[in-house]
Design a binder for this molecule. Structure first.
Ligand SMILES: [Zn+2]
Length: 181
């Protein structure tokens, strides 16, 4: 089976974060190589865990024309991710979305970090929405293939309804608008 498509470097590194070494370390001092296999660009990341020395490696397909995502998105286009499932993207949104509600006490650097994190969280909601078929009321079951993703869905399946997802996105819009006041 062809390896999954990695749309952007940002998505690839997020995938590494979600798949640490069994010892818990994410960094494996990776080097990457690119190879054309059956008309597909295959990128291989190999290295050794910097904590325990275990050899580690990942293999992905790469778009013919790698593009950098715009500000405020993880990957361009409407196609859903093949690396992170819908539940993992919501998990990512929760991680980045837990910023201080009050901006007044923040330094400029903290403010900028909070804004960057909120943009990443909103973009993660957009990634969940890419799994939602045009007229569907909720994200379908086959959009959850990872253990973490299924745990998130089982904990609160209602969060994957269209209405709730759009409300979550709108809440991030409002939070981001605070920065322009
Ligand atoms: Zn390790």
């Amino acid at each position: 089976m062809a390896p999954p498509l990695a749309r952007t470097h940002e998505e690839t590194y997020l995938y590494f974060e979600l798949h640490p070494c069994p010892c818990g370390e994410v960094d494996f001092g990776s080097t990457s190589s690119l190879e054309l296999v059956d008309d597909e660009w295959i990128v291989r990341y190999t290295g050794q865990c910097v904590a325990c020395g275990r050899p580690r490696g990942f293999e992905f397909r790469q778009p013919d024309e790698p593009t950098a995502p715009d500000d405020g998105e993880w990957a361009p286009g409407r196609e859903p991710s093949q690396l992170l499932d819908a539940g993992e993207w919501l998990w990512v949104a929760d991680v980045y979305g837990s910023v201080p509600a009050e901006l007044d006490g923040l330094s400029d650097a903290e403010r900028e970090q909070a804004r960057t994190d909120l943009l990443a969280a909103r973009a993660a909601i957009d990634e969940v929405l890419k799994f939602l078929p045009a007229r569907a009321a909720e994200v379908p079951q086959d959009a959850f293939w990872s253990y973490r993703g299924r745990v998130v869905r089982t904990a609160e399946p209602g969060r994957f309804g269209r209405v709730r997802l759009e409300a979550a996105r709108a809440a991030y819009d409002r939070a981001l608008a605070e920065f322009d006041r």
